[in-house]
Ligand binder design. Structure first.
Ligand code: FAQ
Length: 315
């Protein structure tokens, strides 16, 4: 019986039908989605921190407004994604508990510091650029609620990428000091951004199943390669170099070859030993604790409204 259900499920996936919350699905499909969507949601929420601390220091009103809107969008993305995860039967408080206790993963990239204003541009260009490369295919993910959430997320991410590129473009046309600041930010953010796509395909335990179920449409390495190819050309416009002496065009492959990734650094960051892991978790825990009264007040308000509307119905 179970086997039959699995076959029907897989043939729906193969026909490109969307799977919806009330449809039958294998336990492992559900678990994989809860894992990926919740990690993604956590990444958006933790991802607000490195940029949030620059809102008060943005150099002009225009930059402040742009950055504030971007950080708010990230909060929104986190909320859509938690909602999408909830459609799979997990509750939000459980997911928050996993994040706050350090059990849950979130993207490695958000454990690096933002030391100058140019870092905000570099995050937009490289981090949002990598996020778009990875997330546009997720708009065609087999799970309906995730796929639909990603359509809006990707539209907003492309605005974020452009605002970052434009910050860097201005710096590239500025003083010598601004140009140095730009190059130094690119030097620091390049490799962590390349790592964002996850382990190489040979070391990616979740990929085979996720590809079969059309959660993932491209492998980690294929997306990483597309990212390097695009960035190399964009770096020319910004007049910066990418900090990789081995990067060069390979005529035969039709792609840029690039140097070895420091996987030791990647796994250390994921294990909690990156430059800012402790700071990020402490900030999230503090926000959660200090926001307790807001959650309680909102719940009390909702309960009162419900009571009032019940009374009206009885009358
Ligand atoms: N960081 O077998 P795979 C953003 C883990 S949002 C930490 O290849 P999978 C927007 C992985 O979870 C950025 N952990 O795994 C923004 C797994 O561990 P597990 C987030 C990582 O799931 C911009 C293990 O390694 N985007 O940037 C990372 O098939 C600016 C083995 O890996 C998403 O979440 C990593 N980089 O592929 C916000 C997109 N990579 O769970 C603010 C959706 C891998 O078995 C500012 N997610 N791991 O214990 C995905 O596409 C996939 O989950 C991958 C990983 C591609 C990230």
């Amino acid at each position: 019986m179970e086997k039959n259900l699995e076959e029907i499920f897989q043939s729906r996936i193969d026909r490109e039908e969307k799977i919806e919350p009330k449809d039958w699905m294998p336990d492992d499909y559900r678990k994989t989605l809860i894992r990926q969507i919740s990690q993604h949601a956590h990444s958006e929420i933790v991802g607000m921190l490195p940029e949030g601390n620059w809102i008060t220091r943005a150099p002009t009103l225009k930059r402040k407004v742009g950055l504030m809107a971007k950080v708010q969008d990230e909060a929104g993305h986190g909320l859509y994604l938690y909602s999408a995860a909830e459609t799979l039967g997990v509750d939000r408080d459980t997911l928050f508990e996993q994040l706050h206790s350090g059990k849950a993963k979130y993207s490695s990239i958000f454990n690096y510091p933002t030391v100058t204003w140019a870092d905000i541009g570099a995050i937009g260009w490289l981090v949002d650029g990598a996020a778009i490369m990875n997330q546009v295919p997720l708009c065609r993910c087999s799970y309906g609620p995730y796929a639909r959430a990603m359509v809006r997320v990707c539209k907003e991410e492309s605005f974020h990428q452009r605002q970052g590129f434009e910050i860097l473009l201005s710096l590239s046309q500025g003083s010598e000091e601004q140009k140095r600041m730009l190059q130094s930010a690119v030097d620091r953010w390049w490799w962590p951004s390349v790592m964002m796509f996850g382990p190489s395909d040979d070391d990616s335990p979740n990929s085979a199943k996720s590809m079969k179920w059309k959660i993932k449409r491209f492998s980690n390495d294929d997306l990483r390669q597309k990212f390097v190819d695009v960035c190399y050309e964009q770096a020319k416009v910004l007049n910066v170099t990418l900090p990789d002496p081995d990067i060069k065009w390979n005529e035969e492959r039709g792609h840029y070859d690039f140097g070895l990734i420091d996987w030791e650094e990647f796994w250390q960051v994921i294990k909690g030993n990156g430059p800012c892991n402790k700071e990020r978790l402490a900030a999230r825990n503090k926000a959660w604790d200090e926001g307790a009264w807001v959650r309680e007040a909102a719940m009390a308000h909702a309960a009162k409204r419900k009571e009032r509307s019940n009374k009206k119905k009885v009358a």
